[in-house]
Design a binder for this molecule. Structure first.
Ligand SMILES: NC(=O)c1ccc[n+]([C@@H]2O[C@H](COP(=O)([O-])OP(=O)(O)OC[C@H]3O[C@@H](n4cnc5c(N)ncnc54)[C@H](O)[C@@H]3O)[C@@H](O)[C@H]2O)c1
Length: 290
């Protein structure tokens, strides 16, 4: 089973390719940028600009499933122009879909975003992209997932931890949602399925609703020392934790997020006890091992 990952050299692409390989898939990687070192021996890499139909055909040929991540978003520094965002995210998606139709792709994962419908060119490209992906199902009968990821742009480690309580998600959960989507689509009968991809903290509802007051005690009950740790690192705690119902994703894709704030605190505690300079670390996915 060969799965194409477009945008393979990017943050989600790398994590997704590594996970696919771990699960026993043959991975074909496509990107306009060269692959990072950790992908070099993973499988075939195709230099592909998704704005070019022939590149897309070369990328999709020989695959059974496509995880389409290649896009520009608004977090790049210096920023990518709106015109380029539009061209890559819409024309590029169209070209990948047409190549997918030509080569009979039966499982198609579309990387959408919580930015969907929030205004701005990037947001608009995700609206158009979701509609195109829906159309791909209607044209071909393929199983299509539209995944509205929360924020996984790499950040300083402590900011990443705080972000998890708001609109942050761990890249590993993004990757596992992609792989679960392929598996569900290949089983058949998925149709078009859309879900939010976010963190699940496993907190009681009253803690979610009033985290600033109840969160530190609840964290302490799960992880002795957590309260002091949050004080020591001066966490800016949200009044309420952002949580979404992802039960349908569990039912339809067999996917649930695995990485959350408590896990982050456990990691921080170990690094703190060891004397790591956590202010110099970046996360997720770029951490040195514990
Ligand atoms: N990072 C986030 O927080 C976030 C949140 C929601 C949705 N998304 C979406 O998830 C997907 C992956 O995001 P990411 O953060 O991994 O992005 P990234 O910028 O790290 O990776 C995107 C990859 O796409 C490649 N690319 C750009 N133009 C291309 C082209 N014309 N042809 C081929 N490849 C091209 C880039 O070289 C890059 O390797 C994107 O579709 C993005 O819009 C990201």
């Amino acid at each position: 089973m060969t799965v194409l990952v477009t945008g393979a050299s990017g943050v989600a692409g790398r994590a997704t390719c590594l996970l696919l390989r771990e699960r026993g898939y043959t991975v074909k990687m496509a990107d306009a940028s060269a692959p990072p070192a950790e992908l070099r021996d993973l499988g075939e890499f195709v230099r592909c600009d998704t704005r070019t139909p022939a590149d897309c055909r070369q990328a999709v040929r020989g695959c059974e499933a496509v995880i389409h991540l290649a896009a520009w978003h608004c977090a790049h520094v210096p920023p990518v122009s709106d015109d380029t965002i539009w061209a890559v995210n819409t024309d590029g998606t169209y070209n990948i879909m047409m190549a997918s139709r030509e080569f009979g792709i039966k499982a198609f994962v579309y990387a959408s975003s919580m930015a969907y419908g929030h205004g701005g060119v990037y947001s608009l490209t995700k609206v158009v992209g979701e509609e195109m992906a829906r159309g791909y199902h209607h044209m071909t009968g393929a199983g299509v997932t539209l995944l509205r990821y929360h924020d996984f742009v790499p950040k300083p480690y402590l900011a990443f931890g705080e972000k998890l309580l708001r609109n942050g998600v761990d890249t590993r959960d993004v990757a596992s949602s992609n792989v679960a989507s392929v598996e569900a689509a290949l089983k058949g009968g998925l149709g078009v399925f859309r879900t939010i991809v976010h963190t699940n903290h496993g907190m009681p509802v009253e803690v979610v609703a009033n985290f600033r007051d109840l969160g530190p005690d609840w964290c302490e009950s799960q992880l002795p020392g957590a309260r002091d740790l949050m004080r020591k690192y001066n966490f800016d705690l949200p009044h309420r934790v952002e949580q979404h119902d992802m039960s349908e994703a569990k039912e339809k894709l067999g996917w649930t997020p695995q990485h959350n704030f408590l896990e982050f605190l456990r990691d921080l505690q170990t690094r703190d006890e060891r004397g790591d300079d956590v202010h110099s670390l970046w996360a997720p996915g770029l951490l040195p091992p514990l």
